[in-house]
Ligand binder design. Structure first.
Ligand SMILES: NC(=O)c1ccc[n+]([C@@H]2O[C@H](COP(=O)([O-])OP(=O)(O)OC[C@H]3O[C@@H](n4cnc5c(N)ncnc54)[C@H](O)[C@@H]3O)[C@@H](O)[C@H]2O)c1
Length: 343
């Protein structure tokens, strides 16, 4: 059977997670990589035995591609995705879907019109703890979530921002701690509650960094139409990357997610615990960060499984769009200093 011809656009930090997953998938063939920095594209192409490009339009013109992975700065997700989709290519993009909500809507609409598959990476949904919690919510064991709280206290130094030509800027990153780091945890919070949002009331500020214009602190509440209040606090000027914490106070139990570990204490005395298996490893190479987790390969395999065998993506693009809307509303609330009501 002909393999799916894939290219990765953007050969930076996250590149190995995608490249290794594609290489080890039996259905896919990594035929090209693209980076505006020629030395990056050439080094990766040489290492992986594929073609190097510095211009994604030339890549689209010259290669008979079936799918692309977008590993680019945030402001490029929408234009590259839409261009590829219009050419009939399937697209798997890194989070966030886009910077602006309307761009994200356009990305999904274009893919629907083209009949192509479109996915957004939120690999933490595959964590064992997350899966346990979601299962006990979905099957009714936990009952309704009455309230929830989430905390992300990480460390992104001035040096981290100084090394990047796009992070820390409104136009290229689209924000700071919220759209880049905490988006995973807020996506999980929304995944768990799984209800329409009524309103968002939030603040954003820059308190700990001198050289960036975007927020390094965001806090607020997401009030859901079910009555659930979800409080969040996210900063990236803490001394280290502390474990992400999520707590769900439910009708029939208390849920705690600390890092990748999920603990469910039911009020009837039963306890369920799930954590990622330390023996479950997938070698993405030496430069990858442990806090990215091991689950890129699972989401990427699901994407190609759906392309080959049909069915629906485990993380549907409509889900990513809802998270995008929530993130954009938090920014709007913070910037306009007012409550944002949802329809
Ligand atoms: N899922 C996760 O846990 C996770 C972790 C890290 C990064 N990410 C996401 O991955 C994406 C990339 O992040 P990164 O840390 O790898 O960034 P990076 O800056 O390390 O890499 C981006 C690459 O894109 C290249 N580039 C810029 N403009 C280009 C253009 N016009 N054409 C081709 N290449 C171009 C840059 O030269 C750079 O090599 C972002 O969306 C980020 O949020 C996700």
């Amino acid at each position: 059977m002909k393999k799916i011809h894939v290219a990765i656009i953007g050969c930076g930090n996250i590149f190995p997670m995608h490249a290794q997953s594609i290489i080890e998938n039996d259905s896919t063939d990594l035929v090209a990589v693209c980076d505006i920095k020629p030395e990056r594209a050439e080094a990766r192409a040489k290492e992986l035995g594929c073609q190097a490009y510095t211009d994604y339009m030339q890549l689209f013109d010259e290669q008979a591609l079936d799918a692309i992975h977008i590993c680019l700065p945030h402001y490029l997700h929408a234009p590259v995705s839409i261009e590829a989709t219009k050419r009939g290519l399937h697209v798997l993009t890194e989070k966030p879907m886009a910077i602006d909500y309307q761009d994200a809507v356009d990305m999904l609409e274009t893919a629907k019109e083209a009949g192509t598959h479109f996915g957004v990476i939120f690999q933490n949904r595959y964590n064992a703890g997350v899966q346990l919690i979601k299962r006990l919510l979905t099957d009714g064991t936990l009952g309704k979530i009455k309230s929830a709280k989430a905390s992300v206290t990480w460390d992104r130094s001035d040096d981290y921002y100084a090394k990047s030509d796009w992070k820390g800027t409104w136009d290229k990153e689209g924000g700071g701690v919220l759209i880049d780091q905490a988006i995973h945890t807020l996506d999980l919070l929304r995944f768990f509650v799984d209800a329409d949002i009524e309103y968002i009331d939030a603040t954003i500020s820059n308190r700990g960094h001198e050289q960036i214009e975007v927020e390094d602190a965001a806090e607020g509440i997401v009030k859901f139409k079910t009555g659930t209040v979800a409080a969040f606090h996210t900063i990236n000027y803490y001394g280290y990357d502390a474990s992400v914490e999520v707590e769900l106070y439910c009708e029939r139990g208390l849920v705690k997610m600390v890092g990748d570990k999920g603990t469910v204490d039911l009020f009837d005395g039963r306890t369920f615990i799930a954590d990622n298996d330390p023996n479950e490893t997938f070698s993405y190479g030496e430069s990858v960060k442990s806090y990215w987790g091991v689950n890129h390969v699972k989401q990427i395999n699901n994407f190609y499984d759906v392309l080959v065998n049909g069915g629906e993506l485990y993380i549907k693009p409509e889900e990513a769009l809802k998270t995008q809307k929530m993130i954009n509303a938090i920014y709007q609330s913070g910037k306009e200093k007012q409550r944002i009501w949802f329809d």
